[in-house]
Design a protein around this ligand. Structure first.
Ligand code: MLT
Length: 268
């Protein structure tokens, strides 16, 4: 499905109905297809919405940069377009987590819960910024393959990558759908993102931090720092999973989300 959002055609997938609304925000350079096991399974627990961020998947690309605030504002505008006025639960993985924290900064009253998976609250180090700049150049010169080859093996736990070639193939095909403009715009936006640890300290509802035990991109200390900053933060580590823990261990991931949604319902 598509919606007109801030002048762009934005694609989204949807399952389930009613409340709560669970917005799944994908990582870089992925799209809503990375949430297939959640769209398939969680529709009985929530109205599940999974957008393609601008420049990713089937969504239109605009010239970059794409600050995380802009991507968060796109999500708010998508909710407006869909007539969703009640607060939502937002679940962001990696870059999707950066967008979720930007959403909390800009639209705090529109959130009733937060799930932060395989992400971090701190800004890029100078070294990471330099790597972003080099990657932007490589993508512009060589196309999206310049990112795909380097990233694919790191997106999963080493054992997943070796033992589940069909999953690696599926992830590769998702990565390859990202436009050059989209990848460069998102990399520029991530490079400039601010530290969000202080905003997490202001969240006044339960929050869930999810981390794959074999994540090769995010350190466990980043997940612990978010848990410690969140006044009602809980960390769950999912075993035998890397950065794409929702795809590698969908049952464990979905169960954690279900348990969390139950805690938001409060005592009956
Ligand atoms: C992601 O998976 O979204 C990226 O690895 C995040 C990043 O590059 O910081």
């Amino acid at each position: 499905m598509f919606a007109d959002v801030n002048g762009l055609k934005i694609a989204y997938q949807e399952q389930g109905r009613g409340t709560p609304v669970l917005v799944l925000v994908h990582g870089f350079p992925l799209n809503s297809q990375m949430w297939t096991p959640q769209l398939d399974e969680l529709g009985d627990a929530a109205r599940v919405l999974a957008p393609d961020l601008r420049g990713h998947g089937e969504s239109e690309a605009a010239p970059g940069p794409y600050p995380m605030d802009t991507l968060a504002d796109d999500l708010a505008a998508l909710l407006d377009t869909l007539g969703i006025t009640e607060p939502v639960v937002m679940c962001g993985l990696s870059m999707g987590g950066y967008v979720t924290m930007a959403f909390q900064r800009r639209h705090p009253t529109r959130l009733s819960g937060i799930i932060l998976a395989a992400t971090r609250a701190d800004a890029d180090s100078e070294e990471a910024k330099g790597n972003r700049t080099a990657t932007i150049k490589a993508v512009r010169e060589k196309g999206i393959q310049a990112v795909v080859e380097g990233m694919l093996p790191k997106l999963m736990a080493p054992q997943t990558y070796e033992q589940r070639p069909e999953l690696a193939k599926q992830v590769r095909s998702i990565l390859e759908q990202t436009s050059v403009e989209g990848a460069a715009g998102a990399l520029e936006g991530m490079r400039e993102r601010p530290d969000s640890i202080d905003i997490l300290k202001t969240l006044d509802c339960p929050a869930l931090v999810l981390y794959g035990s074999d994540d090769q991109i995010m350190p466990r200390s980043a997940a612990e720092a978010m848990r410690d900053a969140l006044p009602q933060g809980k960390l769950e580590v999912i075993g035998e999973a890397g950065h794409l823990l929702n795809l590698e261990q969908p049952e464990a991931f979905n169960n954690a989300v279900r348990r969390y949604l139950h805690t938001l319902e409060g005592p009956k």
